[in-house]
Design a protein around this ligand. Structure first.
Ligand code: ADP
Length: 517
């Protein structure tokens, strides 16, 4: 019997529920002992594991098995926490919002249901990783590219549902979603949008169907269990030119961002345009200890040495051009003109032997890899949680956010490791708060400073797009216009669709009635 029980359930009742789960999915696929459950903890938690320890994990293999699991969960009032591959590290990994939930592990549902080479899309189940889909396309010689998150082991479907982003022109994953199948709390299976028409010929081509578009309701919510997803794939272009531009001055961030905006809005640069700060760039190649024996952030002299040794800038801009070679040449001259006006710009279209360049050049053409994980080696036993506020793609916003975060975290002894990514209109800022996961005091300090920058950013109009389990309530509370009208609407929808309150309670700060304070 597991040490952790679902909220309000006796050991005897949970034992009956486990028997029900075993009947639903087979006893091999119900995990309730401590060793098996340890793989469902958050490896990068800033709090004690006890805050997010599942009571069990259940791994169904089909929609019918999910329906049977739901029946048991409804009967006993057990909260479920669906994960696809559970690689959502920095935001909680596979761990549930609260202890005592049962993780619904969908990794065994890993079929690639369809790839349409002519129309450029795939239909996948939750357990299909970026590596899986990439290999499938290669093996079948299909000239389509995927768009992957930086670590390629995650789920195509799971990352998209959590509003993840990548680095090709198809980098905003939810924008490229078309059609989904979802199982509701009561077991009803729904094909959304165009797919609701029997025999529909455009299920994966026309996103909106007829009537209200409800697909968004099942993203960042756990309000339904998504079992299939259509996702557009980019036809392999006839030409590809990745490039990098380095800028030696910290202050270049302002002018660089101003120069990128028109290139993005006019689609001269079609992909996720990324300005990477010095340490993010350096940390995939060297460790902090190689350069600095002291505590706290690096002094300016060490930063200058890093730049010289690695031939990188204080800011390092990555983007790529795609298409027929003559079009690439034209765009390239526009890009060179625009970015060349920013002080100190140095252009590269290849950097042999530079691991950071190599993985970025892969990401911008959708080749999954795991290089970014080596960032955790920057400090020994490194872990991270990510702070991800959204802003306008302006120099002023970039500089404000940069200082808001950097000045505070450096004062608390952490390094600023960040990047800015301009999509269609918005600017994502990703600040990776790296801490030593074996040092309880450092973890606690990381937790505290994270909460503070959430509040500071919200006070200046910067809201997060996604967050770690521990900060979901705090961040939901910052979206509070008109006396939390949005949260109250979300609660009404949740109560209607999931009256028993079993579907990922508390995901992104939305709680079912029975668990609201
Ligand atoms: P990845 O492994 O790609 O990072 P995860 O499997 O960790 O993605 O999923 C990210 C988040 O998305 C989960 O924490 C969960 O809240 C939600 N999620 C994942 N899969 C599903 C699903 N099939 N149905 C509903 N929500 C899901």
């Amino acid at each position: 019997m597991p040490a952790t029980l679902p909220p309000g359930l006796s050991a005897a009742a949970f034992s009956q529920a486990l028997a029900g789960f075993r009947q639903a999915v087979g006893k091999t696929y119900v995990y309730a002992d401590e060793t098996a459950l340890s793989s469902y903890l958050d490896p990068y938690s800033t709090t004690e594991d006890a805050a997010h320890t599942p009571a069990a994990a259940v791994a169904p293999h089909s929609v019918e098995e999910i329906q049977a699991v739901l029946k048991v969960a409804r009967e006993y009032g057990i909260p479920l926490w669906p994960v696809s591959t559970g690689k959502n590290y920095a935001y909680g990994g596979p761990a549930p919002r609260k202890s005592g939930y049962v993780v619904l592990d969908l990794a065994r549902m890993n079929r690639i249901i369809e790839v349409n080479a002519r129309d450029g899309y795939a239909v996948v189940e939750p357990g299909v990783s970026y590596f899986d889909l990439y290999r499938y396309l290669k093996e079948h010689d299909i000239p389509l590219w995927i768009d992957c998150a930086a670590p390629g082991w995650g789920s195509v479907l799971g990352n998209l549902l959590d509003h993840g982003a990548g680095y090709t022109p198809y980098g905003e994953h939810l924008t490229m979603q078309c059609g989904m199948q979802v199982v509701l709390a009561d077991g009803t299976v729904v094909d959304t949008a165009t797919g609701a028409l029997p025999g529909a010929r455009a299920s994966q081509l026309y996103k909106w169907g007829a009537g209200p578009w409800i697909d968004g309701l099942f993203t960042q919510s756990g309000l339904g269990i998504v079992t299939r997803l259509g996702v557009w794939l980019m036809p392999e272009p006839p030409g590809y030119r990745p490039f990098m531009v380095t800028f030696p001055d910290e202050d270049a961030l302002h002018d660089l961002t101003e120069a990128i905006r028109p290139l993005k809005l006019n689609m001269v640069i079609p992909n996720g345009a990324t300005s990477v700060e010095l340490l993010w760039e350096a940390a995939t190649r060297v460790t902090k200890a190689q350069y600095y024996g002291g505590k706290g952030p690096l002094p300016p002299s060490v930063r200058r040495k890093l730049m010289a040794d690695l031939d990188i800038g204080a800011w390092n801009f990555y983007a790529a051009l795609y298409g027929p070679p003559p079009m690439i040449e034209r765009s390239w001259s526009v890009v060179r003109d625009a970015l060349g006006k920013v002080k100190g710009a140095r252009f590269y279209t290849d950097r042999p032997g530079d691991t950071a360049w190599e993985y970025r050049a892969k990401l911008m053409r959708g080749i999954p890899n795991m290089t970014e994980y080596s960032l955790m080696n920057w400090i020994g036993s490194g872990a991270h949680i990510d702070f991800s506020p959204m802003s306008a793609p302006t120099g002023d916003d970039a500089v404000r956010l940069y200082h808001l975060i950097k000045d505070k975290v450096e004062a608390r002894g952490f390094d600023y490791i960040g990047e800015f990514l301009i999509g269609w209109r918005d600017q994502h800022h990703i600040f990776m708060l790296i801490f030593d996961r074996t040092d309880p005091q450092e973890r606690e300090r990381a937790h505290q400073v994270f909460g503070e920058i959430v509040a500071d950013a919200a006070a200046q109009g910067f809201g997060e797009y996604r967050t770690h389990l521990d900060f979901m309530d705090q961040i939901a509370a910052t979206y509070d216009w008109n006396d939390h009208a949005l949260r109250r609407l979300n609660e009404r929808v949740r109560d209607a669709l999931d009256p028993g309150g079993i579907m990922a309670p508390g995901k992104m700060g939305v709680w079912p009635r029975r668990m609201r304070a």
